[in-house]
Design a protein around this ligand. Structure first.
Ligand SMILES: Nc1ncnc2c1ncn2[C@@H]1O[C@H](COP(=O)(O)OP(=O)(O)OP(=O)(O)O)[C@@H](O)[C@H]1O
Ligand SMILES: [Mg+2]
Length: 299
């Protein structure tokens, strides 16, 4: 099983959009009994609202079929994982038949407080809360898990990172985007990695790549060039190469329309030819670096 999370310091860079569309595309490619899961860890439940619409998200929250309920009950059971399958639903008819969702919940932020309190009271390390569910998810046939975190690099994003084999960094290359990458090579980030290693992981999550998104202007293209140059000179944890995707994603209105229609981008054929082709090229790179693990051979 492989776990992937799109991380950023900044909000609104496309984490949720890329998570949902990448997971759906991968779900179209897996075979046999393999399944793909999206775990929505954001209080805004963006991934859930994208896939199902806000009414269904609200209903699921009322019913208690959410990531919050699963994590909460796992905490209460002192880490003995509840059966995740009880909280997971299929993505519905617009989406790949192999795509599943652990829905988001507006109360999820409470987990940060609950988990840290539990750890302080001598429970298990909060950072592994999500990771310890992975064996059960694997038993249930999920071969790929995408975790959609909140924007802030708080406890939930760290739980996502602690569970991840790869994290991908979407960057909108404007003047704010220039600095956003530096977080991933900062002492602050390395400290989080150290915390993950201490929790019993021998291999740290690698960077599955930097992808530029929502490019609108020529200036942004040149900012992307200069960020790409900085990234290529940087090493993750001081020693691993960080790939930059050659295919850059531009700003297309069809992304917003796909969201409004609760459909994958790939189904917006009449209006989104260019955006779809561009996304397909990005996906090929994702497949190569992450699914085929080419990142590991970059040194
Ligand atoms: N390439 C694109 N072109 C046009 N719109 C886009 C593109 N990528 C994302 N968007 C739009 O930008 C908005 C923010 O995207 P998204 O919610 O995926 O970002 P996010 O990083 O998950 O945000 P948050 O930090 O709030 O979770 C959404 O309305 C989405 O439809
Ligand atoms: Mg989001």
């Amino acid at each position: 099983m492989k776990v992937v999370t799109f991380l950023s310091v900044k909000g609104g860079v496309g984490k949720t959009t890329l998570t949902v569309n990448t997971a759906n595309e991968l779900a179209e490619r897996v075979s046999g009994s393999e399944k793909v899961l999206v775990i929505d860890l954001d209080a805004q439940a963006g991934a859930t609202v994208y896939v199902l619409g806000h009414k269904q998200q609200e209903n699921l929250e009322k019913k208690g079929s959410t990531a919050y309920e699963l994590l909460h009950s796992t905490l209460k059971a002192k880490g003995a994982a509840s059966d995740p399958e009880k909280f997971i639903i299929d993505a519905g008819e617009e989406w790949s038949s192999r795509l599943y969702l652990l829905p988001g919940d507006s109360r999820i932020m409470a987990i940060e407080r609950e988990a840290i309190a539990e750890a302080a009271a001598g429970g298990f390390g909060w950072i592994v809360l999500l990771r310890q569910l992975l064996p059960k998810l694997s038993e249930s046939g999920f071969s790929y898990v995408f975790v959609d975190p909140p924007a802030a690099f708080g406890a939930l994003a760290r739980m996502a990172l602690a569970a991840a084999d790869y994290f991908i960094v979407p960057i909108v290359p404007d003047d704010f985007g220039r600095v956003s990458f530096r977080m991933f090579v900062s002492d602050f980030f390395n400290e989080a990695a150290w915390q993950i290693r201490r929790s019993g992981r021998s291999e740290l999550p690698l960077c599955g790549g930097v992808v530029f998104n929502r490019i609108k202007t020529k200036t942004q293209e040149s900012i992307a060039n200069s960020i790409a140059e900085e990234v290529s000179k940087s090493k993750l944890y001081g020693s691993y190469a960080i790939p930059v995707y050659k295919s850059r994603l531009h700003d297309y209105i069809v992304y917003v329309k796909a969201l409004e229609k609760h459909k994958p981008l790939s189904k917006m054929k009449s209006e989104g030819k260019q955006a779809i082709e561009e996304f397909a090229r990005y996906f090929d790179e994702f497949y190569d670096y992450v699914v085929r693990d080419r990142v590991r051979s970059l040194g």
